[in-house]
Design a binder for this molecule. Sequence first.
Ligand code: NAP
Length: 480
Amino acid sequence: MTAAKQKITVLPGDGIGPEVVEAALRIIEATGVQLEFERREAGASVFRKGIETGIPPETIDSIERTRVVLKGPLETPIGFGNRSANVTLRTLFETYGNIRPVRELPGVQTPFTGRKLDIVLVRENIEDLYAGIEYMQTPGVAESLKLISREGCEKIVKLAFAFAQAEGRKSVHCATKSNIMKLSEGLLQHTFEEFAPRFPEIEAKHILIDNCAHQLAMRPEQFDVIVTTNMNGDILSDLTSGLTGGLGFAPSANIGNDVAIFEAVHGSAPDIAGKNKANPTALVFSAAMMLRHIGEGKAADEIEQAVLVTLESGIRTGDMMGTAAPASTTDFAAAVIGNLGRRSSVSPPRDYKKVAMPVSPAGVNVVATSRRRVMGVDIFIETELEPPQLARELTDVADAAGVRLQMITNRGAMVFPSNDRDVSLVDHFRCRFIRHDDGDLADAAILELLEKVGANYRWMHVEKLQEFDGEPAFSKSQVR
Ligand code: NAP
């Protein structure tokens, strides 16, 4: 009896997607590895049919069965309307870790050629601003919630160290903006610092994200593995791919506990779509990561080596620097197929070990506290009043409700108590009310205050000011 073939869901995607995915599939098939591809739809064509998520049920069914996806880029409607189908896929299948490796490639000239860059970016993939929780709080002020959980931080930090161990890497940098976003970005930094001592063989360093970008442009060879939050990782990974030849070479794996999705870092590149010009390397390397993931390491090595040999022999698509007569996507794929079985003279196959995926407990994950209290409340209101008048009126409201008006800010700048500096104002104020003593501000008291505020002002958002185990669980205002 022959063993059942491993099934793979294939999403050709939008723009250059079908061209680069087809190239990768031809190369995989040429290795002789026995796979069964289930081609499914996602992205622009699905949005056009009126399916709001961009992912039809047949695609979801297929992924639930196969658990492994090779996907082309999916176009995202910009600005208004539908959510990104990419983000929906990652969230739906909880692929929380996005692994994006780049390295110096033979024959691909960059300003860093000769510096042996070999960097892996590990990006948290489902939290942060990408949850897409947004509101227009007033007709002129938008809000986007940046939610970072301890659970999410633990998973991505453990994955980064597990990955570094599996690849025998020397260091992991954690890149955050914790100097400004002390609680959200800070949570990743603190989690990283807590877990790092469990991996004494790996050097662990925290770096601020802006400095990380600067260091990547100046001395990128100092980086090995970088772990970071979703938004930072999105931007930094395009930067790291730029260091080694561009988006045409940068593969990625979206890893979850159950499902793994392999795709290029690049998007649908509409400017070159349908022209047989796209560089398929990123998708082909992503396919090699997929083969390794399903236990076909030999075929993965063979494909990577064939791409390297192809590059060494001077065959390049148009995105590579210094090309006189670029190869088409199909020519490049044919050259790779012709080079299967050959070995690169400069970059031998590596020894990969399976990444020990972090296991997290099922059910609702809780960070326990022994003491908590609500010491006050921030009420966000929309008004055209000038701050001195607003402060006078709200002080009266606070007195009547038995609390104290502690401060008012406008876009983060303190306008009460005033520091006598001119601040350009919008009609959106955060008004902080706190208890006079160290007791707990009960919901009934908050509702009473809200009713009094709401009698004269339009409020749109309320945030409790909590204390966990004696520590304030909110940011102080930025005094300007
Ligand atoms: P992009 O599609 O990555 O393309 C940016 C530029 O990079 C292209 O115009 C092209 O530049 C070059 N490029 C990218 N991939 C290439 C390849 N394989 N071969 C040769 N050149 C390549 O970024 P974008 O234009 O910002 O995004 C276009 C759409 O893709 C958007 O709807 C976006 O939301 C979506 N997107 C999807 C994903 C995903 O599915 N994971 C990721 C990113 C973006 P030149 O030809 O000008 O040199």
